[in-house]
Design a protein around this ligand. Sequence first.
Ligand SMILES: [Zn+2]
Ligand SMILES: [Zn+2]
Length: 310
Amino acid sequence: MTRDKKRKAEIREAQRSTGHRYVRLAREMTAAARLPAGTFRLSELLAECATLPPADIEWGFPDEYAPAVFESRLIGRAVPYGTVLELAGALAQQGPGARITVESMSPLSQAIVVCRERRFQLLLSQNMVNELCRKAGCDGSPDCWALTRCPRHLAECDTNALVSMARNWGNGRRDEFEHDPERLGGSREADLLIRAAVAGGSFERVRAVLLDACFGDPNLYDDMYLDASVALAMQHALEREKLRLYEVAHAEAKRIREATGACTTCGVSLMGWNPGVPPQLCFTCAPPPPAEHLSPAFSWLAAQPDADQE
Ligand SMILES: [Zn+2]
Ligand SMILES: [Zn+2]
């Protein structure tokens, strides 16, 4: 049988067993056949999950604590049904066509899979999935839903990625605490983003986006809040957070400078901190500032210099 005839026979067989249309099956099976080894689609994993019988596993602990599992040909191990369903939930936005690759495997313990840039730890002895840092090989987890990397690797993100995380996180914070301005600032997540931005010389841009997302434009407070005391509380909370983030950034720049000692490119001693320059570089070796400037919406931030800026 030629390769083409064999392919057509397989599609007809799938048509008989599933009842689906030939054209649709041909498209799906061709796409699946093109995937590299070790890569599969979420729909294939869900099909296994929906059709394969439970497997018998010697866990080494009482059965009542063990999850129901099936032998997955795609993962290459027994996987809990609940773990697969949780992964499907995490990939809901990508849909059933999401391409999944197995990155690594520890039998009876965990499988790490990758979908686009996202990495997931599938627990094989519990019905559970954890989203991991996007740095390949890292087993750390981001601190919250808006961050894509663990605290150790956040500083490796470029400015645009940090800006996007700052905006998402700030918007979420505002939705949660707008009624309570005292709680908008002072978070560990903001500190992590700011420290990562300092390392790349993008502190001011990331802080501007973060404050705008969290607190909104103070020029609109009088219109937004009928109660003048609320507008004033927002204004105070914003000023306090702006200064606090500067202090977080200043301390981080000092820490980086002390750790490196001299410019990592040319070796000259490092002088004062310029927020637009990575603290591990001298002003001569610093890369040119990014083309993007503060948008007009953030002009109120630029107009309020920090009290103790160097
Ligand atoms: Zn990491
Ligand atoms: Zn230098």
